[in-house]
Write a protein that binds this ligand. Structure first.
Ligand SMILES: Cc1ncc(COP(=O)(O)O)c(C=O)c1O
Length: 422
């Protein structure tokens, strides 16, 4: 073992003594031994100096690539004048204006720190506005790690609590449906008529399989919510500013009542948002509580303004999509060359890889036919070949990915598959 290698091993052994599992988010437990020293553009370097072409992008936030100059400069410059005032400042008005000019359907926005908390704010607001308790959500969708939204398949295959300490009673007010099935939604809204405050959905099922909505599905969801006077919430924490500047609402042409954002909106800074129609959002100025010491900090607002300015002045969407499609096509070709059932689907900016039948998956059930564990083993192996991807199959593309990265990632995947017998 080289002395540099022992640095990662040493850091890991220190980390596990200071921190449970050596990580600060359970999502990272699988790669607890990975320690990076820096990131720039589409690349990461570990503490041993090895490079990785990065298609995980910190689980999404680095849509402009790591450490985008315009954003890091803007944040550093702004925070020299103070960071958190416990009061308002000019940049937050600018950030709000800029955000709403991108998310054009929404009238108002509140900033926060994480997607998890914005989802909770959205659900609380929907309940306040409707005076109802239940909400409808979908299998395979992720809405954060808190008790009322965290799900995992139970022994019998049905969804239930995902964590020790999470009670099944925490999930009592949610109705869990298969996604991309308008009849299931129509039926549930009838069955629970007058009780459903909100329908919350990932508009593109990114967290499970990168599944697009079937034609007309989101439109029908909109219509059904109107008929049943339920609030339609798009969870755009992944899709916002990624699948289009105006997120999934713009890309799929369907307007929710509320939507949550995070990740791509701030060039890597921890910022999230809840946006929506004024009629609903105004309740935060009245009787619905939403708070947070660090909400709309100087850094957060500087990051939002600079990121959105980058995305507005030089929209990367066509490039990012083309890059992702090129990589997806390259993965399919390598799968054929190596005679492995490696399959990909999704959008260029965010797609999903796994082992299994080539047919497109349209729902969470379809995902059960895929061999996600086998793919996870390949993803772990890819790390040794200098490709950083998530074990759960999702690939994220950034504005910093170009021809060089497309060539390198396919060369490295080729080498990994050559050496792989999983
Ligand atoms: C769709 C969706 N909603 C909510 C969240 C939670 O966001 P955060 O991790 O910022 O709390 C995530 C995180 O991946 C997400 O993908």
């Amino acid at each position: 073992m080289s002395s540099k290698k022992s640095l990662a091993a040493q850091l890991h052994s220190d980390a596990v003594s200071f921190t449970p599992g050596g990580v600060h988010s359970n999502v990272r437990l699988e790669r607890a031994t990975a320690f990076f020293a820096r990131g720039k553009g589409a690349w990461l370097w570990d503490v041993e100096g090895n490079d990785y072409v990065d298609y995980l992008l910190g689980q999404g936030p680095n849509f402009l690539g790591h450490a985008p100059e315009a954003v890091t400069e803007a944040v550093a410059d702004a925070c020299r004048r103070g960071m958190v005032y416990g009061a308002q400042h000019e940049l937050e008005v600018e950030a709000g204006r800029s955000f709403l000019s991108a998310v054009a359907w929404a009238d108002q926005v509140r900033f926060g720190l994480s997607g998890t908390e914005m989802v909770q704010a959205a659900l609380r607001l929907a309940r306040a506005v409707t005076g109802r308790k239940k909400f409808i959500r979908f299998e395979g969708h992720y809405h954060g790690w808190l008790d009322n939204v965290l799900l995992a398949p139970q022994a019998d295959g049905t969804p239930g609590p995902a964590s020790a300490g999470q009670l099944s009673s925490h999930l009592e007010d949610c109705v869990i449906l298969p996604w991309n099935d308008e009849n299931a939604l129509a039926h549930a809204l009838e069955e629970h008529a007058g009780q459903v405050a909100a329908v919350i959905t990932e508009p593109f099922m990114c967290n499970s399989g990168a599944v697009s909505p079937r034609d007309g599905y989101l439109q029908r969801m909109r219509q059904l919510c109107d008929e049943h006077e339920a609030v339609l919430i798009f969870d755009e924490v992944i899709t916002g500013f990624r699948v289009a500047f105006g997120g999934a609402a713009e890309r799929f042409g369907v307007t929710p009542d509320l939507a949550t954002y995070g990740k791509a909106m701030a060039g890597g800074w921890p910022v999230a948002a809840l946006a929506g129609r004024a009629e609903l959002m105004q309740r935060f100025a009245d009787d619905v509580s939403h708070a947070g010491t660090f909400n709309a900090s100087v850094m957060a607002c500087a990051a939002v303004v600079a990121t959105l300015e980058e995305l507005r002045s030089d929209p990367p969407y066509a490039r990012v999509e083309a890059h992702g499609e090129e990589v997806m096509a390259g993965i399919r070709k390598l799968a054929d060359d190596h005679e492995v059932p490696l399959r990909v689907q999704g959008l260029g900016m965010s797609f999903h890889a796994s082992f299994g039948p080539k047919d497109r998956v349209f729902d969470f059930q379809g995902l059960q036919a895929l061999d996600l564990q086998r793919y996870n083993a390949l993803a772990q192996r890819l790390t040794e070949f200098g490709v950083w991807v998530a074990g759960r199959g999702i690939w994220y593309v950034s504005a910093a990915h170009g021809d060089r990265e497309a060539t390198v990632v396919l060369e490295r995947l080729d080498a990994a598959l050559r050496a792989w017998h999983g």
